[in-house]
Ligand binder design. Structure first.
Ligand code: 5GP
Length: 180
């Protein structure tokens, strides 16, 4: 079976690029309907580095006026969530009084989005919406509702389409999963 090995771990193809793009099409259609006709310019907040590809794919499908901002967070080490969120770079603009759409690559324990939501509230965002490409529902145990989920996956470590293993693999076009 074709796959790749990174740092001694084997990853096998999991979700083809075309399927991910169909998931993104669906989410974008819903967001376009929900945000159509707004008088403000919502902020699309790309959570670096993982959601860089997803944000790009999503953003080119969105047809309402938006402003792109970024924040760089880190919580994973290797293939496990540490629960300890580090802010590498703060939000690239002022969110006070703005509607903010958080764009995440993957929600696992949910610690990251809970942290981010609180930070946005502290910085005065008027409304916060959460959009994630992937969700691991078996692991997610937060009260916080996720507004847009492109695809649910089982509790397995995935790689590619922006997601890394020790910073490698983000440029893979399809999603790979750690082999058993
Ligand atoms: P959470 O705070 O929800 O536990 O984790 C969110 C972050 O952990 C994601 O933004 C991502 O960086 C990382 N993460 C969680 N699951 C995976 C995974 O399966 N693969 C990769 N590459 N990163 C993951």
């Amino acid at each position: 079976m074709n796959g790749i090995t990174l740092f001694g771990k084997r990853f096998v193809p999991y979700i083809p690029q075309a399927e991910l793009e169909q998931d993104i099409d669906r989410v974008a259609r819903r967001m376009n309907a929900d945000f159509a006709g707004g008088e403000d310019v919502p902020v699309l907040l790309c959570v670096l580095n993982g959601s860089i590809l997803f944000t790009g794919e999503l953003m080119k499908r969105l047809d309402f006026n938006l402003e792109l901002m970024t924040i760089k967070l880190s919580s994973y080490q290797g293939t496990a969530s540490t629960g300890n969120i580090r802010e590498i770079t703060g939000i690239s603009g002022n969110v006070k009084g703005r509607r903010v759409i958080i764009v995440e690559d993957i929600v696992d324990t949910g610690n990251t989005i809970v942290y981010l939501r609180k930070k946005l509230m502290d910085e005065g965002a008027s409304d916060i919406t959460i959009c994630t490409m992937l969700l691991k529902p078996d692991v997610y145990r937060q009260e916080l509702k996720l507004d847009y989920v492109a695809r649910e996956i089982p509790n397995k470590f995935v790689l590619g389409f922006g997601l890394d293993f020790n910073e490698l693999g983000r440029n893979l076009k399809e999603l790979y999963v750690l082999a058993e």
